[in-house]
Ligand binder design. Structure first.
Ligand code: NAD
Ligand code: LMR
Length: 340
């Protein structure tokens, strides 16, 4: 008897998107900056995600095709392709559902994330322009620092191209959440994976606001001095890694872990899973800063719902007050650059 193939599998065989009402489970993910300290372990983790059926690795580094060949020998379903240099960027981007961007230079000791702006701004601008042209509906997840300014740049580029959808551009702040959970897990003596802790604001110094009062389970710290010390440790955790690596770069492995988690959540949302919640830095009207990070629901079109950040205690209100002018400055820097 003749086997009748389900529609989705025929569509998948032809390399087409499945537009049927059943949930899509075959996604193309692009990593732009795939040969770097974050890019390689991020690609390694994404190659193990069953929802990823195509994994395109883009970088300007000569090793990029080799990274692709290396990963392609893993016995997981995702088909891996390597793309090196601007001539091969469009091919990498075409058909993408999600484009994750860790391309750009990292900090060395003594630098702030803003010191990376001059080098990284044009990298993110050019990558976003290519997404606008070749895969305008892809969700863009930006890891490149300074995140607070890079998301406004990508947004302006998409606006200029007439394809802007604020729900499809996310700044990746997942590492702040992962760190907060790791530290609280240690303090409370519990598995960090059981800790739920929103981190809001942005991704640099005072703009990183862990809402310790909303931690579940409650943080076992007796006095405000200790809450303050933990808050500062979370805000400065990136610098802790930069110092420890002593000139060898910034967080790469924990970032790859966090980036793979965020990408996995974006894919689960696209697939139609409900209640997929992550913190992300997005276009926002919750505060005077026009981009802001807090928990959001991820769905079939990216950000489905902004969950806000609930009520803050007096200490957290002060943190928010300190963060807003810094965020506004970072956002303006990004927007001014993109409008030039
Ligand atoms: P890295 O130098 O190890 O890797 C960066 C990669 O980007 C390199 O392979 C490089 O060839 C590539 N690249 C440079 N220009 C490019 C271009 N135009 N197109 C494509 N690829 C390009 O750096 P890393 O440690 O992987 O860090 C990357 C970025 O991520 C930095 O800006 C860093 O500050 C940032 N970061 C962000 C977070 C976060 O929480 N959002 C965490 C850690 C690092
Ligand atoms: C981090 O938080 O680890 C990253 O933003 C990298 C950095 O420069 O600190």
């Amino acid at each position: 008897s003749r086997a009748i193939k389900p529609v989705a599998s025929v569509a998948a065989q032809n390399g087409l998107k499945n537009f049927s009402t059943s949930s899509q489970k075959n996604f193309k993910v692009v990593v732009a900056g795939a040969a770097g300290g974050i890019g390689q372990p991020l690609a390694l983790l994404l190659k193990q995600n069953k929802l990823v059926t195509r994994l395109a690795l883009y970088d300007i580094a000569p090793v990029t095709p080799g990274v692709g060949v290396d990963l392609s020998h893993m016995d997981t379903p995702a088909k891996v392709t390597g793309h090196q240099g601007p001539d091969q960027l469009a091919d990498a981007i075409k058909g993408a559902d999600v484009v994750v961007i860790p391309a750009g230079v990292p900090r060395k000791p003594g630098m702030t994330r803003d010191d990376l702006f001059n080098t990284n701004a044009s990298i993110v601008r050019d990558l976003a322009a290519c997404v606008a042209k070749n895969s305008p509906k892809a969700i863009i997840a930006i890891i490149t620092n300074p995140v607070n300014s890079m998301v406004p740049i990508a947004s302006e580029v998409m606006k200029k191209a007439g394809v802007y959808d604020p729900n499809r551009i996310l700044g990746v702040t997942t590492l702040d959440v992962v760190r907060a959970a790791a530290f609280i897990g240690e303090i409370n003596g519990v598995d960090p994976q059981t800790v739920s802790i929103p981190v809001i604001g942005g991704h640099s110094g005072v703009t990183i606001i862990p809402l310790l009062s909303q931690s579940k389970p409650a943080v076992k710290l007796s006095d405000q001095g200790k809450i303050d010390a933990l808050t500062k440790r979370i805000q400065e955790a990136g610098t802790e890694v930069v110092k420890a690596k002593a000139g060898g770069g910034s967080a790469t492995l924990s970032m790859a872990y966090a980036g793979a988690r965020l990408t996995g959540s974006v894919l689960r949302g696209l697939k139609g899973e409900s209640n997929v919640v992550e913190c992300a830095y997005i276009k926002s009207d919750l505060t005077e800063a026009t981009y802001f990070a807090n928990p959001v629901v991820l769905g079939k079109n990216g950000v489905e719902k902004n969950l806000g950040f609930g009520s803050l205690n007096d200490y957290e209100k002060q943190l928010l007050k300190a963060a807003i002018p810094e965020l506004q400055k970072n956002i303006k820097t990004g927007e001014d650059f993109a409008k030039k």
